[in-house]
Design a protein around this ligand. Structure first.
Ligand code: THU
Length: 152
C-alpha cells in the first residue's frame, strides 16, 4: 500500500535523536555541539552532528552532515521534519541549549531546501532553546528559495 506522506515521528522523538547526535559532535575548536535529526515520510530518521577541522573554515554543520548522509544513502525527497539542537556540551556530551534556539545557518537552509524540493515538501523545523522550541517551516526560514526547479 502506498504510504501517505505524513509525519510518522513525533516531535519529542526527533528532538531526542538530535540531542543524541549532538553528543557525537566533533567540535574541539568552537566547543559548540550541534545535532540535527531529519524525519522522512517513510518513518526513517537520519541524524548528523557538526564536524570541525583544524582548518577552521572547513567545519561542516550538523544539518549538512545529516542531509549528506541521507543523500548518500539514496534518499531523494520525503523530508517532513527537522530538529536542531546546539550549545555547549553538558556532562554527557550532548548540547545544552542556551536561551536562543539554534536555527539552521544560511548554508544549511539551502542544503535542506535541495532535498525538500526534490520531494515537494516544506518540512517543519524545530529549533531547541533552553526553555522553548521554535517551530518554523523551511519556507519561512528560506523564503523565495533557489532550488532544482529553477534549473529545469
Ligand atoms: N553549526 C552547525 O552545526 N549548524 C548550524 O546551523 C550553525 C552552526 C556549527 C558549526 C560550528 O562547528 C559550530 O556550530 C559553531 O559555529
Amino acid at each position: 500500500m502506498k504510504k501517505h506522506p505524513t509525519l510518522t515521528v513525533d516531535q519529542a522523538t526527533l528532538i531526542a535523536a538530535a540531542r543524541d547526535a549532538s553528543a557525537r559532535a566533533y567540535a574541539p575548536y568552537s566547543k559548540f555541539h550541534v545535532g540535527a535529526a531529519l524525519a522522512f515520510a517513510d518513518g526513517s530518521v537520519v541524524t548528523g552532528a557538526n564536524v570541525e577541522n583544524a582548518s577552521y573554515g572547513l567545519a561542516l554543520c550538523a544539518e549538512t552532515v545529516a542531509v549528506s548522509k541521507a543523500m548518500a544513502d539514496g534518499v531523494r525527497g520525503g523530508l517532513m521534519a527537522v530538529a536542531v539542537i546546539g550549545g555547549a556540551p553538558g556532562e554527557d556530551g550532548a548540547a545544552s541549549p542556551g536561551a536562543a534556539p539554534v536555527t539552521p545557518c544560511g548554508r544549511c537552509r539551502q542544503v535542506l531546501n535541495e532535498i525538500a524540493q526534490l520531494g515537494g515538501t516544506d518540512p517543519v523545523v524545530w529549533s531547541l532553546g533552553a526553555d522553548s522550541v521554535v517551530e518554523l517551516r523551511l519556507s519561512q526560514l528560506l523564503p523565495h528559495a533557489f532550488g532544482p526547479a529553477n534549473l529545469s
